[in-house]
Design a protein around this ligand. Sequence first.
Ligand code: SF4
Length: 228
Amino acid sequence: MRIGGLQKFSLIDYPGKVACIVFTQGCNFRCGYCHNPELVIPERFSPVIPENQVLEFLKTRQGYLQGVVVSGGEPTIQGDLIGFLDKIKQLGYLIKLDTNGSHPYRLKLLIQLKLVNYIAMDVKAPLEKYEKAIGLPLDVGKIKESIDLIIHSGIQHEFRTTAVKPFCSYGDLCQVHRMIHGARRYSLQKVRLDEKILDKSLLSQEQFSENEFNDLKQSFQKEELQQI
Ligand code: SF4
C-alpha cells in the first residue's frame, strides 16, 4: 500500500465513531479545487509510511478507536487494498472508505467480501460536467455504476458534493440529486479556495457567496431529510 499520511484521531470523519484516518497516496482525478496535492501529484509525494507501521499503530489503539477511515488520494486505485483492509478487519475495526467512485468493480468486491462498513462517495457534478470537474477524460458510466451499487449495497453510505459554481449550479445539483435518488445521506460542502489547490484559475472565477451557499444547502438538506 502506498500510504501518504496517518491522522491518529478523529471524531468527525466516521459518523458516530472514534476513528483514525489512513490517507493513501495517488489519485486518478485532478479536481481543480483539490486540497491534497501532496496525495495526488507524484512529484509532491512524501516518503511512504510503511503499511506495517500503520498496522502496529492500530494494534496499540484496539479498544480505544472504533473505526479506520481509508481516504486519499483515491484508495481504490491501490492494487493491494483488499489485503490491507482485511488486515485492518482482523484487528477488529470498522472501516469507512472514502472514494471518488471511479472503480465500481473494486467497490463491488469490497462490499461482497464485507470489508467495508461505510462508504462515502464524492459526486463531483452532473455526468455531463464530470470531466470538467475532475480535469480529465472519464468513462462517466462508472460513476453512475458506483452510485447505484452503493445505494443498493445495504451498508451505511453517504454522497457528497463540493459546491463549485461553474459546475454545480442549482440545476446541476438537482441533476446530482436525481442520480442519487434513494441514498441515505447527502451533504453539500463549501469549496475552499486558496493557493494550495490544483487549478489556480479557480481563484479568479466567481463562486457562491455565503448566503447563496446556505440557501443551496437548505434546499438540498430538505431533500436529504426526505431520503433518510
Ligand atoms: S479531490 Fe479529486 S483530485 Fe483530490 S483526492 Fe479527491 S478525487 Fe483526487
